[in-house]
Design a protein around this ligand. Structure first.
Ligand code: ADP
Ligand code: MG
Length: 378
């Protein structure tokens, strides 16, 4: 996929609208709980500042109505040498402030989600954003699967470029779309209805596709097993997908019962009052073995109920990946949290900032926000 690259843009002295991913988990007191996405966005910010651009940074924060102030403060601490100010203004009111920006300065606008036109990709909001800048740089891969005014809309109105993170995400996930023979994919988490397209795609590209987490419940059920009181999706797994030859399902699981206990059992021994909460040890061993002999690993989604501390299956897979030597691409919030404690040499294991965006890119080979950044064919 050929995107216009930031490296090819003349930004010195120009007003640059930067769509960057500021969408981070916040603690109850509003401070930043995990700054992975902010750190991954720093190279683009630093590049723009070094080149003498006047940067107007726009971000979307998922928590309804929340202010970006604590996120901007955190970003300022991560990059103490960058002159960064939080303007706390809507785009319509920002012009009077951004007009006075000097080269190499950064102004962060308020959460663009507060604008009614953002999620509707309202052309009027896109016009206002475009009026603030000479060119547009999109670095927010994590939200590139949503066609909003601050990515798709404004990119259609200004000369637009992919930021360094966006470019790297597309390159590394494109690698995952052309895996070598002997590659292994693992998909966990929940919501089969949203993951069906990516599972279908991966089953055509990968020799082995392991399905874990709550998704596995749907597949076990489709194969006629009783999953007790486990979380299942509203839509059934189509027969051909459930019977796909590349599929790997858990053979044993951790279950918790409504009476409070937990135990490990085979997947054909689940009682009606029991809930699957994690992979069992036999499954962890088998999947780890699979990783050790794989040429490439793709992984998105936790294999157990992470929030309730059922992390063993996910941790086991993370350790196997750390012990392996193959290249890999990993994404999804809980999945990254599991591999955070481990170290990986060089750039062998790519950590995507996208959860949903990663899955959509893998399913479709593109994303709405990437389309306006494409280079015209020669
Ligand atoms: P992510 O948020 O990482 O993108 P998802 O939203 O698809 O991934 O899924 C994460 C959720 O899946 C977590 O809330 C986790 O508790 C849940 N989950 C994983 N395994 C199970 C399971 N066996 N039963 C119920 N929920 C599960
Ligand atoms: Mg989720």
């Amino acid at each position: 996929m050929n995107l216009r690259r930031l490296a090819d843009a003349e930004v010195a002295g120009k007003r640059v609208l930067l769509r960057t991913s500021l969408n981070v988990p916040l603690r109850a007191d509003g401070t930043v709980a995990d700054d992975f996405r902010l750190r991954r966005g720093l190279p683009t910010l630093e590049h723009l500042v070094r080149q003498g651009a006047k940067v107007i940074a726009v971000g979307y924060l998922g928590r309804e109505g929340a202010s970006l102030k604590p996120v901007a403060d955190h970003l300022a601490r991560l990059a103490p040498r960058i002159p960064l100010r939080f303007f706390g203004e809507s785009p319509a009111r920002a012009a009077e402030h951004t007009a006075s920006l000097a080269s190499g300065e950064v102004a962060v606008l308020e959460n663009i989600r507060r604008e009614a036109g953002e999620e509707a990709n309202d052309p009027a909001l896109a016009e206002v954003l475009a009026s603030l800048a000479d060119l547009f740089v999109d670095d927010a891969f994590a939200e590139a699967h949503r066609p909003y005014a601050s990515n798709v809309g404004v990119a259609q109105l200004l000369p637009s470029y992919a930021g360094l993170l966006l470019e790297e995400e597309v390159a590394r996930l494109s690698e995952a779309l052309t895996p070598p023979p002997g590659a292994f994919a693992v998909v966990g988490g929940a919501k089969f209805e949203t993951k069906q397209p990516v599972l279908r795609k991966l089953s055509t590209l990968y020799g082995r596709v392991a399905v874990g987490g709550a998704l596995a419940n749907d597949f076990l059920k489709a194969r006629g097993l009783s999953v007790g009181a486990s979380l299942v999706s509203d839509i059934p797994v189509p027969d051909d997908l459930a019977k796909s030859a590349c599929l790997l399902l858990p053979t044993d699981v951790v279950v918790s019962s409504s009476r409070g206990g937990k135990r490990i059992c085979r997947v054909d021994e689940i009682r009606s009052d029991e809930t699957i909460v994690d992979n069992g040890p036999e499954t962890s061993r088998a999947w780890s073995e699979e990783i050790s002999k794989s040429s490439f690993v793709l992984w998105n989604g936790p294999l157990g109920v992470f929030e309730k501390d059922f992390t063993e299956g996910t941790d086991a897979l993370a350790s196997a990946l750390s012990a392996a030597s193959c290249r890999a691409a990993v994404g999804g919030g809980d999945t990254l949290a599991a591999i955070e404690k481990l170290s990986f040499e060089g750039d062998r294991v790519f950590r995507s900032t996208g959860g949903g965006a990663m899955l959509d890119f893998l399913a479709e080979g593109t994303l709405p926000a990437l389309e306006p950044l494409r280079m015209p064919p020669l």
